[in-house]
Design a binder for this molecule. Structure first.
Ligand code: ZN
Ligand code: FE
Ligand code: FE
Length: 303
């Protein structure tokens, strides 16, 4: 069965708010940040909300094991230049994993880190060292290292870099990979050759490590290292290549999460933004691209 959802917001209603937003898009999974992705201010998880949300998920046949949390992107395990920042990142991720445990979430996506002012190899070593501290067996939730576009000093842009980190971990079962289609394309792997990518991934890491797929088109060409997501079917990857990934027989049980940009609209001279997910999910379910979907979105949300 297709497991498809999008990034949704957590907000005041916490996981219930995220779930309701996902249901409004006809999704059967979702991904959220436990607060703003750009800061590390976090509220405590409300247990009552969790219980209600778990029940509602069951009623709607949503398996919590397919629901994904995303760590904020400002934590950085790759650099020890400012040791207190590195230690803060470790502590924050440990707490984030505990928050996931409290919600019953089993997968947390993490951007591996940035090698600021040091070599790639040193950055990767720092990440592995940090993960070995974090994954001490006290939390259940797994970390999924995301494939990165290779923007600036980002680590984890190639299959080899991710394999290098994972090879150095004591607790390998606690770690998987989140494959982002925009990022791998920007990182240099053409999605028209996705089968070859999967073969290489299987040899160096193992396909069973793939715990989530971020489904995004890209605004830039293969190998651009830019990381600018495009809406489904209107980027350089294209609808058919994305459908091939989404329905790949070897990835059937893997949740697919859209992180495509909101649609802009100038209504009564003020700029508004609409979520594209309901429409993109519908096109994916139909396996058919609708060239007027952006107009349809504007029409629906203008009302
Ligand atoms: Zn990410
Ligand atoms: Fe992503
Ligand atoms: Fe991205």
């Amino acid at each position: 069965m297709l497991i498809i959802g999008s990034h949704v917001s957590f907000g005041k209603e916490q996981i219930m708010g995220a779930l309701n937003e996902a249901l409004s898009y006809n999704a059967n999974t979702f991904m959220f940040y436990t607060g703003a992705p750009t800061n590390t201010i976090r509220k405590e998880i409300n247990e009552n909300i969790v219980q209600e949300a778990r029940l509602k998920m069951m009623e709607n046949s949503i398996d919590i094991n397919n629901v994904v949390c995303h760590a904020p992107y400002i934590v950085n395990l790759g650099s020890k230049k400012d040791i207190s920042k590195w230690e803060f990142s470790i502590e924050f991720i440990r707490n984030e994993l505990s928050r996931c445990d409290a919600m019953g979430i089993t997968k947390m996506v993490l951007h591996p880190g940035n090698a600021v002012g040091i070599s790639k190899e040193e950055g990767l070593d720092n990440i592995a060292e940090a993960l070995n501290i974090i994954l001490d067996g006290t939390t259940k939730c797994k970390i999924l290292l995301e494939t990165m576009a290779g923007k600036g000093t980002e680590c984890g842009c190639t299959i080899e870099e991710l394999a290098y980190i994972i090879d150095r971990l004591d607790n390998k079962e606690q770690v998987g990979v989140c494959v982002d289609t925009c990022h791998i394309s920007d990182g240099g792997y053409a999605l028209s050759e996705f089968n070859e990518y999967l073969d290489e991934f299987d040899k160096k890491i193992g396909i069973d490590k793939i715990g989530c797929i971020h489904v995004n088109d890209s605004k830039n060409v293969v190998g651009s290292h830019k990381d600018r997501h495009a809406n489904i079917g209107i980027g350089t990857i294209g609808f058919d290549n994305l459908i091939h990934v989404i329905y790949h027989e070897k990835l059937i049980d893997v949740p697919k999460i859209l992180e495509t940009p909101y649609i802009g609209d100038t209504d009564e001279s003020k700029e508004r933004l609409y979520p594209p997910y309901k429409y993109e999910i519908e096109m994916i379910r139909n396996k058919k691209f609708d060239s007027s979907f952006l107009d349809n979105i504007r029409e629906e949300y203008r009302k």
